[in-house]
Structures are given as C-alpha cells and as structure tokens.
Design a protein around this ligand. Structure first.
Ligand SMILES: Nc1ncnc2c1ncn2[C@@H]1O[C@H](COP(=O)(O)OP(=O)(O)OP(=O)(O)O)[C@@H](O)[C@H]1O
Length: 656
C-alpha cells in the first residue's frame, strides 16, 4: 500500500487532462475559497498547536513553544528593529523545537497563562543550537529579566490575503490595471504579442540565443508570457535581463517570487546595475546582503523621515513638559499640540514611504508581500514572477492584479508547491498557474531556454529526453566536466565516472517504515555513505557532495548513521524536495524502496526524479534496488539509462 503522503504526492504528477474543461474565473474562485481554509487548517494542525485550545505542555512537547528562556542580549541595528537573543535558562543547548527563521512568535513570561497578553511580538531572525534571535519592533518595558517563553503563531496573513484576492477577482477588480489580462488568463480571449518582435541591446552580452529569444518574446508580449527554464538554463539570468530592458523602456516593474530567498536572489543579481530597487519585506526575513535595498533602509534616509524624527524629538520634549505642568489649561494645550504633532509625524512617515515607492524602478517582494499596505495604491506596468511553477495559482494572482502585463518564469516539470492538506491537493489547490497556462496556450505563449550551464551532458541527456523533448544542449563549459578536473582531486575510477548505478538487488537490503509511515533503508544508507566516503578520499570537498532521497525517514537515518564522522560532517543530506533549486558537484540519490511487493510509491512522480538527477553538476550516483524500481516503466528507463551510460556496481562491493 502506498502511504498517505505518497498518495498525496503522486497526485502532484498529474496535469489536467486535455479533455478537462478550461477553468473559468467563477469556477476558480468558488473552488479555491474553501481549499484555502483546508490548507490553513492543515498547516495549523501540522506544525502548530492552537495555543489557546491545547495545553502549553503539549505545545512545548511538540516544539511550537520554547520555554524557560533567558534574554541574553538586546541589540538594535536591524533597520530600527531590536534583536533579542534568547538562551536556555538551564543547560547550553535549546531543546528540540519547530521554530525556524521567519516564523511569527510572541514572547511571554514563562509561567503566563496560555491566553495571557504577550510581552511583545516579533519575527524569528536566526536559530542557533544554543540560542534563538527574535526581531521585535519595540523592546518590552519590563519582564525581560525573568524567565521567558516563545510561542509560534500561525501566520494567517498569507491565507487572508489569498482570500482577499479571490474576493477582488470575483468582485469587479476587472476594472483595475489587470482588467484586460484576467479574461486572457482564463482562456476567454487570446493573448497578443506585438507583430514586430522587438530587438534589444542586451545588458548581459553573454546571453545565449534561447535567452535572447525569451527576452524578445517577453518585451513583445502585450499580455503575458511563460518563460520555461529547465534546470540550470539561466532562467533568473533571463528574468534579470527582462527587468533591465523593461526599466530602460520606462516601465515600473513588480518582481516577485513565492519565497524570500528567490526574491533576494533577484535583488542581488540586479544590485550590480544602476536601478532604483526597493525590496519590500520585514528586515528579519531578508538576506543581510540585500538589507541596504530594503524599503525600511531607504525610508530611514528620506527627507521626510528626518523631519518625522524632528517631530518625534519635539514630542519627547513636550511629553516631559506635560509631566511637570500642573495647570489644567496648559496641560490641555500641550495635549492638543501633541495630537497635532503625532498626526504630522504619521503623515511625514507615510510620505517618506510613498516617496521611496513612487521613485522606484523595480519593487521586489514575495507574492504575499505584493499585497502589503505600503503597496496598496501602487500599480505597475509589468509584473514578473520568478519560480512561478512553485507558487500556488492563488498566490500568483496577488501580484498579477497589480499590472496589465505579466511574465511567469519557471519549470512545471520540476516539483510544484507543497500543499499540506491532502484534500485541498486532490481538489486542485496545488495546480499551478504556470502549468494551467501551459495546458491552455502551450508553445504560442512560451519561450523555452535550451542551453544549460550546470550538468555534464550525460546527466543532462536523460532529463532532456525524458522531459524536454530532447531540446537541451549542455554549454561547452560544462558538457564534459567531471570530478577529477577539480583542483586537488585524484583521478580514480570513481572521480572519472559521471553516472554510477549501485544496485542493491539481491543484497538483503529491504526497506522498512517508521512510525510516521515514511520509508527508510539501512542498507542503502550504508552504501550511500560509503560512496560519499570514497569521493571524499579522492579529494572532493564534502561541501560539494549532496545525498538526497525522497523519504524524510531516510534523511533522518542517514544523518544518524553519519554520526560524528568528521570527514562526512559537511555533506548535505536532504529530501529531494528540500533540494530543489540547488546544485552540488556530486549527488548521491538513495531511492529507498526495496520490497517483494514491488511497490515504488512516490518515486514514480517523474518530476521528483527530474529534480533529483538534475541537482548534480559532474557526478550522479543512483543507489537503488533495480528489481523493485524497474516495475515502474519510467524508473526502468532511468535505471537502463544509468546502466547504458555509466558504471554499474553491486552494493555488495560497498559493504564487505
Ligand atoms: N548566457 C550564459 N552564459 C554563461 N553562463 C550562464 C548564462 N546564463 C546562465 N549562466 C550561468 O548558469 C547558472 C544558472 O543560472 P541561473 O541562476 O540564472 O539559472 P536558473 O535557471 O535560475 O537556475 P535554476 O536551475 O536553479 O532554476 C549561473 O551560474 C549562471 O551564471
């Protein structure tokens, strides 16, 4: 039997069949509204406890509360935010917990009742083994010297904004800047492109032919375009060029992605150019290297902010005067003056924000961020969404409604966004706009990038044939690169090979299941670590090696089995899903499934295997039971490809 999670993920592999009726705006809104609620509930159940409803003790044991902390440090400096560093009151290490960077948290006295008022609210900025740092707007006046606890809050903003967007879509937003675009994205009128394809002078002179074509198509689209970027083909490079060209033509651009990291990646790439960039988002959620582009940083430098500061100083003096004044009438006058100044301070602050936003060429934010209050009244000439195939369609609409044109960049043949609710997934929440528009309009609206800059051609060819109609070409700088060409690496049979298949069939390495129904395979873990050790012994840096597997339980097992072995400490071990968008010189894939029933579970989701194999630059090693996995036709082709084009080894050679 496939596990619940596998069933959920196998749904991911399906696109709407050609015969499915095209989605209408009305059906989209009515289908999605309840699914957003389902997803919100699933997220809360999965990672949080409803704090009021459940006991604090239960939350502590599930890790959504960190208790018995002390405030070890208070620092200002993160663009006006204060960083509180909290450490365990007893012992050195924080207990196991589920708080991660960017979570919204509240701070309470350790013994406070579960429904008591918090001392403050903030965003988790950093999590270390020994402490957790939280960014808050205001330092609590007292309470920091006593034991504290942190509680994770459900981040309901995204869900609320998605619902607001659906309501806007259903209620006459058709009059807004995206009025003409909306019916096109639902298939009721066709998208247009300028007849004369615009030629352009590239800022990046090394753009390849497919990237140039994609930029031309983007510049000439009157409504929307899909930029299809298979692994390593320079999708973000093309997106950056499109943004630069649009700004050159006088457009105001909104550039978004679902994740903060992907947005910051665009900010970093654009920073080298003379552009007025503004990154909208909470400073605690931004990478340190892009902080100077943050809205808060630029607002602090604005004239109106300086004036607002002067007003605040004046208010401080008046407040002191108020304390000393006894006369009732004078007190009344001071209060009136204070109210007036408070109003002025607010207006100047708002003016400073809107000046910075108005002056910007490009605003960069997450899809959720595009509905933040600072952007409420702001419209754009074009909306560009990177990693659009990893974003929920509803989330994309938050940004799309802000402009008459949009470019969606992504690859629907890699993994889609994770949907936590099995029911919401089944009912279509995970179907992306990118995939839907590919089904609806296909090549007419798509520019595909075809030159890839990551993989040796042996690694690429399988993916190219299986997914991209054999259209990919490896750039000469990578097509034949192999591990032994890296400085300091010995030439051995392992570093010479690009593809390696290690077969566990007949080696007594059956899978097992943990209590959460996730599969693991001890024999395979041993083999994967042994192969990693061989690579390290040949001189490959452990930082250049990744071990990836579809199963969370196998990740846990691999980490336990690696233990304290120093030579393997820096090897990254992760699920395939957690590795999307990343790369390593050498990738070892542990497929896990090995059983007499010949079940392959969610290994059969083609997109997951596409992501797994295409993370590797120079060396890809597949560890699997060929007998079990070959029962699936797609996996059988993968195994055969490795057998035909790489080295075939038996797992018994690794575990003598
Ligand atoms: N025209 C080009 N000439 C040389 N190198 C390029 C070119 N385009 C992209 N690259 C290189 O290819 C790599 C991948 O580029 P980029 O990050 O833009 O790709 P991506 O498609 O967004 O990545 P991913 O596959 O992770 O989604 C980068 O190292 C980039 O410098």
């Amino acid at each position: 039997m496939a596990s619940k999670k596998e069933k959920k993920n196998s749904q991911n592999g399906k696109h709407a069949s050609a015969s499915a009726p095209p989605m209408t705006l009305e059906r989209f809104v009515s289908t999605m509204l309840p699914l957003i609620d389902l997803e919100k509930e699933a997220e809360i159940t999965a990672s949080l406890d409803s704090i009021a409803a459940k006991s604090t003790q239960a939350s502590v044991s599930r890790g959504s509360i960190l208790s018995n902390l002390k405030c070890a440090d208070v620092q200002t400096g993160l663009l006006g935010k204060t960083l509180l560093e909290l450490q365990p009151n007893k012992g050195e290490l924080l207990p196991p917990h589920k708080l991660t960077s960017h979570d919204v948290v509240i701070l309470k006295p350790n013994k406070a009742e579960s429904n008591s008022m918090p001392l403050g609210q903030g965003i988790v900025y950093r999590v270390k083994d020994t402490s957790i740092i939280v960014a808050v707007d205001d330092v609590p006046e007292d309470g920091l010297n006593s034991p504290l606890r942190l509680e994770k809050l459900a981040n309901e903003v995204t869900y609320k904004r998605m619902k607001d967007t659906l309501v806007m879509l259903s209620k006459g937003i058709q009059k807004g800047p995206a009025a003409d675009l909306i019916p096109i994205l639902f298939g009721s009128s066709p998208p247009l492109f300028c007849k004369n394809i615009l030629s352009f002078n590239p800022f990046n002179v090394s753009l390849d032919a497919s990237q140039r074509k994609a930029v031309e198509k983007a510049l000439s689209c009157s409504h929307f375009m899909l930029l299809h970027g298979p692994p390593g083909t320079g999708k973000t490079t093309a997106v950056v060029e499109i943004i630069l060209q649009e700004v050159k033509q006088g457009s105001k651009v909104l550039a978004c992605a679902a994740s903060n990291v992907a947005v910051d990646n665009m900010v970093e790439r654009l920073s080298a150019h003379k552009l007025k960039l503004v990154r909208v988002g909470h400073p605690a959620r931004l990478l340190p290297q892009v902080l100077e582009k943050a809205l808060d940083a630029q607002v602090m430098k604005a004239d109106n902010s300086a004036l607002a500061n002067d007003v605040r100083k004046e208010m401080k003096t008046l407040n002191l005067k108020l304390l000393k004044t006894k006369d009732k009438r004078s007190k009344g006058e001071i209060r009136r003056e204070l109210r007036q100044l408070a109003k002025e301070e607010r207006q100047r602050q708002q003016q400073a924000v809107s000046d910075v936003i108005k002056d910007a060429d490009v605003i960069l934010t997450t899809l959720t961020g595009s509905l933040s209050h600072q952007l409420q009244e702001v419209n754009f000439d074009i909306v560009i969404i990177d990693e659009a195939a990893q974003a929920l369609e509803v989330a994309c609409w938050m940004a799309i409604l802000k402009g008459p044109r949009c470019i969606l960049a992504g690859d629907h043949l890699q993994l889609p966004p994770t949907v936590q609710s099995v029911d919401a997934e089944k009912l279509g929440l995970g179907k992306t706009l990118f995939a839907r528009l590919t089904d609806l309009y296909g090549d007419a609206v798509t520019a595909m990038l075809t030159m890839q800059y990551r993989m040796n051609h042996f690694i690429m060819d399988w993916s190219s044939k299986e997914f991209y109609n054999d259209k990919l070409t490896a750039h000469e700088s990578v097509e034949d690169h192999s591990l032994h060409q890296i400085d300091g690496v010995k030439q051995t049979s392992t570093t010479d090979s690009v593809l390696v298949l290690i077969d566990t069939a007949g080696c007594d390495m059956e899978e097992k299941k943990d209590e959460e129904d996730s599969s693991f395979n001890e024999g395979e873990a041993k083999v994967a670590l042994a192969h990693a050790k061989r690579l390290v012994e040949s001189g490959i840096s452990p930082l250049d090696i990744g071990i990836i597997t579809p199963y969370a339980a196998q990740v846990g097992l691999l980490k336990i089995m690696r233990g304290e072995r120093k030579e393997l400490k820096d090897i990254e071990i992760s699920t395939v899903d957690g590795f999307q968008g990343r790369e390593k010189e050498a990738i070892i894939i542990s497929m896990v499934r090995s059983n007499t029933k010949q079940e392959v579970g969610f290994l059969s989701d083609k997109r997951r295997m596409n992501v797994a194999v295409t993370r590797a630059r120079r060396h890809c090693c597949l560890v699997c039971d060929t007998e079990t996995v070959s029962t699936n036709a797609f996996l059988k082709r993968l195994v055969k490809y490795f057998e035909d084009n790489g080295d075939y080894l038996s797992a018994s050679e690794y575990v003598t």
